[in-house]
Write a protein of this length. Structure first.
Length: 69
C-alpha cells in the first residue's frame, strides 16, 4: 500500500532530480488533472507517488535519477 502514498512538493522535487518548487507544483497540478479526468479523487498539493513514477519513468517500481527541464 506504500506505493499509493501521496507525496508533496519536496518529495516530487527529490524524485525528479531537484527541480524548482514551481516546477514541482506544476507537475502535481498536471498529474492531478489527469487523475480527475479518470474519476479519481485528488488532494490539492499532493499526488500519488506511484502515478508520478509511472508517468515520468514508465514503471511503478523504479525511481528516476533524471532532472526536470
Amino acid at each position: 500500500m506504500d506505493d499509493y502514498r501521496l507525496v508533496g512538493k519536496d518529495e516530487v522535487r527529490q524524485i525528479l532530480g531537484g527541480c524548482s518548487d514551481q516546477m514541482a507544483y506544476r507537475v502535481i497540478r498536471q498529474l492531478n488533472r489527469e487523475l480527475e479526468e479518470k474519476g479519481v479523487i485528488t488532494v490539492q498539493g499532493k499526488v500519488s507517488r506511484k502515478y508520478l513514477i509511472e508517468r515520468f519513468f514508465g514503471a511503478a517500481d523504479e525511481e528516476g535519477d533524471g532532472q526536470c527541464q
